[in-house]
Design a binder for this molecule. Structure first.
Ligand code: BG6
Ligand code: GLC
Ligand code: GLC
Length: 943
């Protein structure tokens, strides 16, 4: 007995509900020769056939309970997908980079390339967006049939074919010397990492080109376009067809937040709350998510509705086991399902007098268009007959109705399953928006909607049943989503434009090795000239500190520390057991820093008196070391003539004066105190001394704080201003002024110029203004203002707070650039300042901060490289090991500054092994140590 006879249709498949999924059905695929011909077992009575056919078609019946189960199961699968838990059955829930529905203001000419939505063809469109609501210009388009060998061949061949189609299409347009933005409508599951970056996960539907899965399809298209020589096209966006469909909706009709496609395949996208998408670092706004429901494969929900026809279809497909849900709905499969059923029924003798035809047994011979036509009530019997005859069949009078029943069963099931899936999406929207009564517009697109006479109404009816709380308007997409893709492309083109403007703005901040090496060389030259007393922007001031501490210093000392973020008074006890420090920070109001010198020094003495009282030091005259972090020409350890104020200080009548004398005068005015000022010390020197107490290799002091500067131990013989040829002396370079003579080769940007102009010392401290904490925030603020004026930031809206001087503190750079900070925290910092920014804005601000602080760190590194190389050469050493003592809020708080400085030094001074040692106790300790050394030496001399 032949196998088919063992399993008559009605007996073997009584109902899809009891049919086990893996039963070996009698369905045969393809054109197996043995299957061709007429069945010996023809049922003669038409009403019997009809009954048996209907019984067979029962398998395509999906009950409401089953639909509800599919809806619920898909919904939970979507939720798992959103949370990033991806069991095999979960749908992918791929975030796109589309964050808003169209505004209607997008404008320009765009080229759209569609690949993968509608079967074996590629469509190229020319879309003009007018920017005026309700004013649509119909796109011009052309379709190109993709040869089967291209759909299944090497990826490069497919993309080259696409590039040729584009070139051919554009021949009809005047595009010379124009760069046209291209939107790539690529309808396959992709991991997107940007509007123009998208990695194909796997081919679906009828495509299987090698070497494309796992690669960025935008890049592949760009390469192909380049090979083709069509340089006038810039691929700026890649979009799934569902997204194009959603974005195609006229904004005048209200926001449309779901895109549903039933074309060759099927899928939907919708606007999800960004905070629910685990893979995004975003807590506000919405993002369009492509569900990729075609791959939904939960056995429990789908098992009962899968027929052996589905199984046979799956096995004969290009991707067996994958896209099971899509294979029950998508247009690529509906015709094939009908063909399988017809062939089966013919073999059973229930149709066509038991005869098949070669065409009927040939995979793919029945298409969506045939199914649609045969079901179309307006076609009439004659059309059905014609379709069947074209398949080489000889239909009898009763066959027409039965064939129509087959088509209806297959397409009705498809529409109802699709409705269950849509109901899951609507359920998700209800849940995430906490709106039980959801009012929503769904954009629909694809050949199945367009061609099939009943699909839309069936779907609509079923959705109403499954999603009772939703008021849904279905809006058919007008031009297959092409316009929607153009809208996304317009946004992407704007972003690409912004990126270009951002790059142009930041380009002068990006220094290459050659530029940094040039800075190092210039610094070396300026050092040499400064030491020789020749004209130089580096003053190279002798400090009269001749040695770093040797550990034998002892005693109690007072120290003052003026010129950084804080003014401090300290009591420093240097004992055999180490150094103990007690200190107190005092505020110096701006009216004092910018008032008269007398006011400033009286204030300082008041603070010392207060400190002495608090510490019970009244009546004692301890030796005092004064850290005074401004350029002073010293004539001895306790004499320092202020050359000029720097940073925010501007007290009158001080420049040109000996600050130790000014302090002593103030002490004199306050008759109650006696103080013994022994040494005046720059903060760099204090830092070097302080670190030198711990590490005897420390011969360089570096400050990167409010200001920046360095000092180092120079051979006395090289210091023209001080007599003597042996030994060393610490030189305060005052490198903040480097380049004040106009010789600095680093490009000064217009932002640097603005910072300089607004400072209290225009034209002065140029190097410092590129590097130190007092200025970096301001540089960033000027850049942000500029980007805002270009429309790159804050949607071009004027922001009052950015006009406020010093609003952008340098500590924000440190916070914003911290790697551990999520983007939303960056945004929170900026929002606290009153900046109305999006996530894109936050990214841009971060990039600006990075560019500014990187330049600062590299310039600082170039300076340090010059210093350590000078020490090495002074000593005639092949290799130098040296420690740099460092202090300053920028250096200490910024997450990358210190490593960038170190990397630059390593690169530019490869023969020096440089250790950076952070000073923990501030320069006050160093000033006390200098004082201690001076006291020890004074005693020795007395002895
Ligand atoms: C500290 C010193 O160690 O570093 C200050 O005690 C110095 O005098 C400071 O000016 C530099 O850092 P900032 O960031 O406070 O300017
Ligand atoms: C397939 C693709 C999907 C697309 C759908 C409709 O399911 O994987 O990306 O949206 O077909 O074309
Ligand atoms: C300024 C001062 C300098 C000081 C530096 C760091 O550049 O002129 O003396 O060392 O700031 O505080």
């Amino acid at each position: 007995m032949n196998k088919e006879q063992q399993q008559p249709c009605d007996a073997s498949w009584p109902s899809p509900i009891v049919e086990p999924m893996d039963s070996v059905g009698p369905v045969e695929l393809g054109s197996g020769a043995g299957a061709l011909g007429c069945s010996p077992e023809v049922l003669s009575h038409p009403s019997d056939s009809s009954k048996l056919v209907q019984e067979c078609l029962q398998q395509f019946m999906v009950t409401e309970a089953q639909l509800q189960q599919i809806r619920a199961s898909l919904l939970s699968s979507m939720e798992q997908g959103l949370m990033g838990q991806n069991p095999a059955s979960a749908v992918r829930m791929l975030p796109t980079y589309v964050g808003s529905t169209p505004h209607g203001t997008e404008q320009g000419d765009f080229v759209v390339l569609e690949l993968g939505a509608t079967g074996a063809s590629m469509r190229v469109l020319w879309v003009t967006l007018t920017g005026i609501e309700g004013c649509r210009v119909d796109p011009r388009s052309r379709e190109f049939v993709i040869p089967p060998e291209v759909m299944l061949g090497p990826g490069q061949q497919l993309f080259d074919f696409a590039a040729r189609c584009l070139a051919e299409f554009l021949e009809a347009f005047p595009v010379k010397n124009r760069c046209l933005p291209l939107g790539f409508n690529f309808s396959f599951p992709c991991h997107q990492t940007g509007l123009d970056r998208s990695t194909l996960i796997s081919w679906t539907k009828g495509f299987r080109c090698s070497g494309v899965e796992g690669r960025d399809v935008v890049q592949l298209l760009r390469e192909a376009i380049e090979r083709q020589g069509a340089s006038s096209l810039a691929v700026v966006a890649v979009v799934n067809d569902t997204v194009g469909t959603m974005m195609d909706c006229d904004p005048g009709l209200g926001p449309c937040e779901v895109g549903l496609v039933v074309d060759t395949g099927t899928n939907a996208c919708y606007m999800e709350e960004a905070r629910h998408v685990a893979s995004l670092d975003e807590d506000r706004g919405r993002v369009c998510v492509s569900v990729e429901w075609g791959s939904f494969s939960d056995d429990k929900a789908l098992g009962p509705v899968l027929t052996p026809f589905d199984k046979a279809l799956d096995q004969g497909s290009l991707n067996p086991g994958a896209q099971r849900f899509e294979k029950m709905i998508g247009g690529l499969y509906l015709g094939e399902l009908v063909r399988l059923v017809l062939a089966h029924l013919a073999r059973r003798g229930l149709l066509f007098g038991g005869c098949t035809s070669p065409a009927l047994l040939n995979q793919g011979s029945v298409g969506l268009e045939h199914v649609a036509e045969m079901e179309d009530p307006s076609s009439g019997e004659a059309r059905v007959l014609a379709v069947l005859q074209n398949l080489g069949l000889s239909p009898g009078a009763s066959d027409v109705k039965l064939v129509q029943l087959v088509c209806e069963a297959v397409s009705t099931r498809a529409a109802r399953l699709c409705a269950a899936a849509l109901a899951a999406v609507l359920g998700r929207l209800q849940h995430s928006r906490e709106q039980h009564a959801l009012q929503i517009a769904v954009a629909t697109g694809g050949q199945v909607f367009k061609r099939h006479p009943r699909f839309h109404s069936l779907l609509q009816k079923t959705v109403i049943l499954l999603a009772p709380g939703c008021d849904i308007s279905f809006i058919p997409s007008v031009d297959g989503g092409g316009r929607g893709v153009a809208v996304v492309t317009a946004v992407a083109a704007r972003l690409a434009d912004h990126r270009r403007l951002l790059e142009e703005t930041l380009a002068p901040f990006r220094l290459d090795r050659e530029q940094l090496a040039a800075v190092q060389v210039q610094m070396r030259e300026a050092m040499a000239k400064g030491l020789q007393g020749e004209a130089s922007s580096l003053r190279m001031l002798p400090t009269y500190v001749r040695a770093t501490p040797d550990g034998s210093e002892r005693g109690d000392f007072l120290a003052l520390d003026l010129g950084g973020t804080n003014f401090r008074v300290l009591l420093v006890r240097v004992t055999t057991g180490g150094v103990q420090i007690t200190s107190q920070v005092y505020a110096i109001p701006e009216r004092v820093t910018q008032g008269s010198g007398q006011q400033l020094f009286d204030h300082i003495v008041d603070c010392i008196v207060d400190f002495q009282q608090r510490q019970g030091l009244g009546g004692q005259s301890l030796p005092l070391g004064f850290t005074f972090s401004f350029p002073c020409r010293q004539l001895g350890l306790d004499q320092g003539i202020l050359l000029n104020w720097t940073k925010g200080f501007n007290a009158s009548d001080c420049e040109g004066q000996d600050v130790v004398a000014l302090l002593r005068e103030a002490i004199g005015r306050r008759q109650a105190v006696e103080l013994n000022v022994v040494a005046i010390v720059n903060d760099t020197v204090g830092t070097m001394m302080s670190c030198g107490y711990e590490d005897h290799h420390c011969e360089v002091g570096l400050i990167v704080g409010t200001g920046t500067n360095a000092c180092y131990m120079e051979e006395l013989q090289n210091v023209a201003a001080v007599a003597g040829d042996s030994g060393h002396m610490c030189i305060n370079m005052e490198w903040g002024a480097f380049g004040d003579d106009g010789t600095l080769s680093v490009p000064s940007t217009c932002f640097d110029a603005s910072v300089d102009r607004a400072s209290i010392n225009p034209g002065k401290q140029r190097f410092e203004k590129l590097i130190s904490g007092m200025y970096l925030g301001e540089i960033v603020r000027y850049i942000l203002l500029h980007l805002n004026s270009l429309g790159v930031l804050f949607r071009g809206q004027q922001t009052q707070c950015l006009q406020t001087r010093d609003i952008f503190k340098t500590k924000f750079l440190s916070e914003i650039e911290s790697d551990s900070l999520a983007l939303r925290q960056v945004r929170a910092i900026l929002e606290d300042l009153g900046l109305p920014l999006t996530s894109d804005d936050a990214l841009i601000v971060r990039e600006v901060c990075q560019a500014v602080s990187r330049r600062a760190a590299q310039l600082c590194g170039a300076g340090v490289a010059a210093v350590v190389e000078k020490i090495r050469e002074n000593r005639g050493l092949e290799e130098l090991m040296v420690t740099v003592g460092v202090d300053g809020t920028l250096y200490k708080l910024h997450p990358h500054f210190s490593s960038l400085v170190a990397a630059t030094v390593k690169d530019l001074a490869p023969r020096c092994t440089v250790t950076f040692l952070q000073s923990e106790d501030g320069s006050g300790k160093g000033a006390a140590l200098v004082t201690a050394v001076a006291c020890r030496l004074a005693q020795t001399t007395r002895v």
